[in-house]
Design a protein around this ligand. Sequence first.
Ligand code: G3P
Length: 216
Amino acid sequence: MKFFADTGDVAEIRELAEMGLVDGVTTNPSLIAKAGRPLKDVIKEICAITTGPVSAEVAALDFASMMKEAEVLRKIAKNVAVKVPLTVDGLKACKALSSDGTMVNVTLCFSPNQALLAAKAGAHFVSPFIGRLDDIHIDGMDLVAEIRQIYDNYDYATNILVASIRTPNHIKQAALIGADYATAPPAVLKSLIKHPLTDKGIEMFLADWKKTGQSI
Ligand code: G3P
């Protein structure tokens, strides 16, 4: 499974990259607002850290304006994936951009049928938003499992990029289902490392090592 960092915070991406945890990055307008910096600067800096796909989202809602924004975004770096919403115009933009060789991430997917449409429009990624379904008491993982089955039934090449991940368990479940990618906030990615028995084991080894009086 590949991991994307879901953030516009360049320092955090750099730290995760040093741990080998960054196969790419996803951003959205909310994350860029949180970063408090110009979109183009943020995306350019991220693309210098990772050669993996870096999703940058259009803000326009109509096809023509989406295409204009996509043109600006994809010129920033060759690993930019243009993110479009799962709407009629978003699918039109997806079809046009994908046919032109641009990586497209179709975002805000909340149903298997929406994911089917994204695949038919040639999306490189579809982003089912798991946490936001859980928020309304619908199991987001059921959606991931259903998309996996549909894509496998028809050999769609579109990658399932599980998004709106909130917990380590979301990542485990997505991996068990066979999702291709998970995008998560840096704090969630870092929390995958933690286990109380690892900490306790280190403590015990260090205590015993001290007793030997040795140094390496
Ligand atoms: O990857 C999508 C993500 O940024 C949305 O997450 O937690 O706002 O639902 P969240």
